[in-house]
Design a protein around this ligand. Structure first.
Ligand code: KIV
Ligand code: NA
Length: 264
């Protein structure tokens, strides 16, 4: 199989092939996910929650993401790896260039940042300088202190329209992939149809071009709080490898997510 790339992700969207992705934070899981045929891995700042035990992603630093990106890269030398730009590391375009350089040197193929319109110059500048960008709209966990909690975004018409506008502007600025987190499935579908770049949903319905889950969630490890969009694949006597293969095949066939995993 050809190595994953931004152009191959683009081609998957055009051909209607679903993109299956997971977060990864260490070499051993990265190796297993690569062996199972995952399309890409995200070194998410969700590592603040699932690895560090923080109650949000706000405390995560560039050095943390660098450490985990390097580990994932060592475990999966051929994989397509996206690294999250942590809270406040892209406050200005210049900050973003310095942080992105560290993540790319650690082994990332692309960086991801959260937000709309205010990122247009940053995204264009990163791309011009050789850094592919994944945008992230909907629920923005780094803004939890502004939002006042983790909740579905874009249920009101005005907010939905604004999200569509931001999605188009981010694509125009040069974003090559778009994560949509916790939006009504109808909005996930609308943005997916409007954009030429692939959309990757988490709690964004079944119509996005791909899906992503936090690896701990799909292995049933999130004990105290289970978001609606999560499915545990480590069931029915499966081992971890089989659970990952089941996740990938259910994303590809469209069996995941089901209506019970979606927001209306
Ligand atoms: O940090 C993360 O795991 C993410 C995904 C939920 C998209 O940003
Ligand atoms: Na993240």
């Amino acid at each position: 199989m050809a190595r994953m790339s931004v152009s191959r992700l683009q081609k998957m969207k055009q051909e209607g092939q679903k993109i299956a992705s997971l977060t990864a934070y260490d070499a051993s899981f990265a190796r297993a996910f690569a062996a199972a045929g995952i399309d890409f891995m995200l070194v998410g700042d969700s590592l603040g929650n699932v690895v560090q035990g923080q109650d949000s992603t706000v405390p995560v630093t560039v050095a943390d993401i660098v450490y985990h990106t390097a580990a994932v890269r060592r475990g999966a030398p051929e994989a397509f790896i996206i690294a999250d730009m942590p809270f406040m590391s892209y406050a200005t375009p210049h900050d973003a260039y310095l942080a992105a350089a560290e993540l790319m040197r650690a082994g990332a193929n692309m960086v991801k940042l959260e937000g709309g319109d205010w990122l247009l110059e940053t995204i264009a500048g990163l791309k011009e300088r050789g850094v592919p960008v994944c945008a992230h709209l909907g629920l923005l966990p780094q803004s939890v202190n502004v939002l006042g909690g983790f909740k579905v975004q874009g249920r009101e018409q005005a907010q939905a329209e604004q999200t569509v506008r931001h999605a188009l502007a981010l694509q125009e600025a040069g974003a090559q992939l778009m994560v949509l987190e916790c939006v009504p499935s109808e909005l996930g579908q609308r943005i997916t149809e409007k954009l030429s770049i692939p959309t990757i949903g988490i709690g964004a319905g079944a119509q996005t071009d791909g899906q992503i889950l936090v690896m701990h969630d799909m292995l049933g490890m999130n004990s105290n709080y289970l978001p609606k969009f999560v499915k545990n694949f480590l069931t029915d006597g499966r081992d971890i490898d089989a659970a990952v293969c089941a996740y990938i095949s259910e994303v590809r066939s469209g069996d995941f997510p089901q209506p019970e995993h979606r927001f209306d």
